[in-house]
Design a protein around this ligand. Structure first.
Ligand code: AMP
Ligand code: MG
Length: 481
């Protein structure tokens, strides 16, 4: 048997026992490997051949527990669409933490691995389409430079899952800095003792914010750092037009990684009201709401750590308030930094925010594609007839001319900050249909390949830059050259 080089050291399993339930994944009938992330396997120091072997695949199917793993389902709670619920890993098992050759510690989690005590009414399983979708989008996000959980493997189970129709079952192996969520803290705050809450906070500090071990108040430090990470993360989402779709507090990590790719998608035409999730009927998680929701979620995090901030509740609230009220300004700073980079700005002027706002407003009123508008600026393909679009372009040209930077530097900065392509929904769907309905993975492999270097502006990527047909297609008129 080939050695996969798993190197488990399971710190989460050493937390107080009410944070999890030890249990093995439920075996499946006929596992088959359908996707293996070779570059990620390499980064993790794992042996690809061993991973792809029968014994390797048995691990990803949940049929075999590798040496050193201590499988468990994590307990957590969370606000789902604003309502508090007890949750937990209802269809996932944490195999353990793999420590890479460079010393990085990552969770190895199977998603779709069977029922657990936290499954509530669910079957504990996952369908192939959504697991491939998470694979594609999470890997695209990583390539875009956005903190995210990664996808190592997808296996099919040889079993069907019942949704509206029968679908092929699958298991995704997810790799994460950790799966500790805002909802994990909410669970501890609501159901466990202060000592257990403190154990979780100490754990999160040690694992994700080790500088906090020397801070004057380590729990205030934790709150501040988590807030910064989330503000930076959501700014990055907004800058590429990513819509998470289900920003429940259980889907918000303490590490600051994007997690749980459900009904997420990238926006085509710029519109703050864009929603993709069919269950989000109120538009709570619409594109334009994401920064506010992140702030709301951070407030829930602050509430859950209150007992650690100060012994007197009133003082604790005061401390928390002072921290979280900084969120909007912090978010805006990150966002503005990113927008300046997208427009090739090296310097800061007071009116930049206005110039950016005008562009976004024009995108909205002219129904322009968000990604391709920045792409057109980057490629100097701004061929609009409309006077207001031309006027904006002139103002922007004047702005970039004022900063004492060469044109090459301006456009280089833009190329590094405006993706040539994003995983557009219709291209993702096309790849999933080929894979799920025809067993043809080539469409997905080509898409994944193009998405690996989103800032490369290659010929191969051009076909993926085409926005969807027909009614949603951004209105654009060409004046000729
Ligand atoms: P999600 O919307 O994927 O973040 O999941 C929310 C909660 O529902 C988590 O506790 C999941 O573990 C649980 N869940 C989702 N799908 C299933 C399923 N098919 N079976 C059991 N639990 C599930
Ligand atoms: Mg979730």
């Amino acid at each position: 048997m080939l050695n996969a080089n798993w190197n488990f050291d399971n710190s989460y399993a050493r937390l107080p026992e009410r944070f999890f339930t030890r249990m093995r994944p439920t075996p499946v009938r006929d596992p088959k490997l359908v996707v293996l992330n070779r570059s990620l396997a390499e980064e993790l120091g794992l042996n690809r051949e061993a991973l792809a072997s029968e014994e390797g695949v048995a691990v990803f199917a949940g049929n075999r527990v590798p040496d050193g793993a201590e499988p468990l389902a994590q307990a957590y709670a969370g606000h789902q669409f604003g309502y508090f619920n007890m949750l937990g890993d209802g269809r996932a098992i944490l195999l353990g933490e793999h420590v890479t050759p460079s010393g990085e510690r990552v969770d190895i989690q199977l998603k779709g691995s069977g029922r657990t005590p936290y499954s509530r009414g669910g079957d504990g399983r996952a369908a192939l389409g959504p697991m491939l979708r998470e694979y594609i989008i999470s890997e695209a996000m990583h390539a875009l430079g956005i903190p995210t959980t990664r996808s190592l493997v997808v296996v099919t189970t040889g079993e069907v899952v019942m949704r509206e129709t029968e679908l092929p079952g699958a298991i995704l192996t997810r790799v994460a800095a950790s799966h500790v969520r805002v909802g994990t803290f909410q669970y501890a705050a609501r159901f466990l003792s202060k000592e257990e809450l403190q154990a979780l906070a100490d754990y999160a500090i040690k694992r994700h914010y080790p500088n906090g071990e020397h801070a004057s108040n380590r729990y205030v430090f934790l709150l501040e750092e988590v807030m910064k990470k989330q503000a930076a993360l959501v700014a990055k989402w907004q800058l590429v037009g990513f819509i998470h779709g289900v920003m429940n507090t259980d889907n918000m990590t303490i590490s600051g990684e994007t997690i749980d790719y459900g009904p997420c998608a990238f926006m085509d035409v710029y519109d703050l009201k864009t929603v993709f999730s069919s269950i989000d009927t109120q538009g709570r998680y619409a594109y334009g709401n994401q920064p506010y929701i992140a702030g709301w979620n951070i407030a829930r995090f602050a509430e859950s750590v209150l007992p650690l901030l100060h012994d007197e509740e009133e003082k604790a609230i005061e401390i928390a308030q002072k921290v979280i009220e900084q969120f909007p300004a912090l978010y805006e700073t990150y966002w503005l930094q990113g927008m300046r980079a997208k427009l090739g700005l090296w310097t800061e002027e007071a009116k930049d925010k206005k110039l950016i706002g005008e562009l976004l407003h024009l995108m909205y009123t002219h129904r322009l594609d968000y990604t391709n508008t920045f792409r057109a600026l980057t490629l100097e393909e701004w061929h609009f007839c409309e006077q207001e679009l031309r006027d904006w372009y002139t103002r922007w040209q004047q702005r970039i001319a004022r900063q004492g930077v060469t044109k090459d530097e301006v456009y280089e900065r833009m190329r590094q900050n405006n993706p040539a392509i994003i995983p557009r929904n219709y291209r993702v769907e096309e790849a999933l249909t080929a894979a799920v309905e025809r067993g043809d993975y080539t469409v997905m492999e080509q898409l994944l390949h193009a998405l690996q270097h989103p800032y490369a502006y290659t010929k191969e990527q051009e076909q993926y830059a085409i926005p969807p047909e027909p009614s949603d297609r951004p209105y654009r008129t060409f004046c000729g050259t």
